[in-house]
Ligand binder design. Sequence first.
Ligand code: SAM
Length: 248
Amino acid sequence: PGCLWVVATPIGHRDDFSVRAVETLRSVAVIACEDTRHSRPLLMHYNIATPLMALHEHNEREVVDAVVERLLRGESVALISDAGTPLISDPGFRLVRAARAAGVRCIPVPGACAAITALSVSGLPSDRFVFEGFLPPKAAARRARLEELAGDPRTLIFYESSHRVAESLADMREVFGATREGVLARELTKLFETVLSEPLEALAARVAGDPDQQRGECVILIHGRGEEVDARVVEGQRIFAILRDELP
Ligand code: SAM
C-alpha cells in the first residue's frame, strides 16, 4: 500500500513550513485538505501542484473509505488541515484510524500547533499540561466543563473563537477564581501577535473592555490549581498593570 502522510502546515507565518512538508506535498498523488480554496494559496506559494480533494468534518465518514481504497491500491496520500497539525481540533481522526486498521503506514511530518506554540511562550508550567480544545459553546455546558477542571494541577490549554473569548474568560474568572493566572495568546506568528498574562480578574476585565483583544485567533491558558496566590501579590500586579498602561 501507499503511505498516509499527516503533514502540519503553518498557523500564520508562511515560513513556518518545513522543507520536508513541502517536499512531501509535492511528491504524493493527492492532498486531502479541509477547504481547497483555503489551502490553494499556500500550496501555490510553495509551487505545490499536487491535486487536492476535500476532507472536512461533514464528509469525513464518506471520504475515508475512498481514501483508504486509494492507499491500498498503492497511491500515497497527504492529509493537511486549514492550519497547524491535522487532527488537533481538526478533521483526520477517522481517516488515520481507518488507515492504520487497514495496515497502511501513517507517517507524521510535524510542524506548527497553536496549543504547543502558545504554551512555549506562556510562562506557565510546561512540564504537565492538558489540551482541552474548544469549550462547549453554550454557557451551561461550558461552565460544567470548567468546573470539572477547576481542581486540576496541570496547565490547562483551550482553543477559543474570538467572538466568545470575553465570555469564556468571564466564566473562567468565576469558576477558577479572580487570582488564578491566565494567559491569552492571540494571532501567534502573525502581525498582531500578543501574549497577555494576568490574574483572571484583570485579564477578563481587560479583554471585555478592549475590542482589539476580541479579534483574530486565540489560545487561552490557565495556571493549574496550586497553592493560593497571596492576595497582596495579586493587588501589586493589578496596580502595576494600571501604572504600566498609564506611564509613558
Ligand atoms: N490544527 C490546529 C493546530 O494545530 O493548532 C488548530 C485548528 S482549530 C480549528 C483553530 C483554533 O486554533 C483557533 O480557533 C485558535 O484557537 C487556534 N489557533 C490557530 N492558529 C492560531 C494562531 N495563529 N494564534 C492563536 N491561536 C491559533
